[in-house]
Ligand binder design. Structure first.
Ligand code: SF4
Length: 208
């Protein structure tokens, strides 16, 4: 497997990123760092060769930093194979509970389809979604489900005992009370906040 050390300041809490499912993310968020102005990404695909190796003790791996693994268009079989591999590759050398996985999705309702998997049973998984703003902003938010739908799914995940984080990045202009209510609905252990850092797009920033 190819684990990449995280760069930037947002996710210093993870030890690495890993992308076993890769290609053009169906959500097409206009601010996505994976959007290449000079060329198209390949279609979605499972990188078979990534399902090989072992994680290290105390790893906290962000799975799917470059493509949303839980987008509707990703075949369930691929997702189950990645989750199966997470179990296999974290249980041979070290106590499985020392190794954690961050599953971040702009479609967290799809994560709910997999919570019967054993990887979700031992507190190893943190589910995370993005809420850039409480406002619907189709020009800037791509094809992912609305933030309100994401929050509803995150609440259901939390109620199943799954640890949840919420990420507000790139933060866009918002309504304070509605935004706070939306984030609280996700019952997050941790909230990560970041502003737009991409120079290829101008977003409706909130005031400092
Ligand atoms: S969901 Fe994530 S990976 Fe997919 S387009 Fe949006 S920012 Fe990029």
């Amino acid at each position: 497997m190819t684990i990449i050390e995280p760069n930037g300041y947002m996710y210093k809490f993870v030890t690495g990123t890993w992308n076993p499912i890769s290609g053009k993310c169906p959500h097409r968020c206009p601010y996505c760092y994976m959007i290449k102005p000079d060329g198209e990404l390949p279609p979605l695909h499972l990188r078979e060769k990534e399902l090989n190796g072992e994680f290290d003790e105390n790893d906290f791996i962000f799975i799917g930093s470059g493509t949303d693994m839980f987008a509707e268009q990703v075949p369930s079989e691929w997702i189950r194979r990645v989750l199966d591999f997470c179990v296999t590759a974290s249980s041979t050398l070290f106590s499985a509970n020392q190794i954690k996985f961050l599953h971040q999705s702009n479609n967290p309702a799809r994560i709910l389809e997999f919570t019967d998997h054993s990887i979700f049973k031992g507190g190893q998984v943190v589910a995370c979604s993005t809420i850039e703003t409480n406002r619907h902003n189709s020009d800037y938010m791509g094809k992912a489900p609305l933030p309100q739908k994401r929050a509803e799914a995150m609440a259901l995940l939390a109620k199943q005992g799954i640890r949840t984080y919420e990420t507000v990045e790139p933060i866009m202009d918002f309504d304070l009370e509605e935004m706070i209510a939306l984030i609280r609905e996700c019952i997050p252990e941790q909230v990560n906040i970041g502003k737009n850092s991409k120079d290829f797009i101008t977003l409706p920033n909130p005031t400092p």
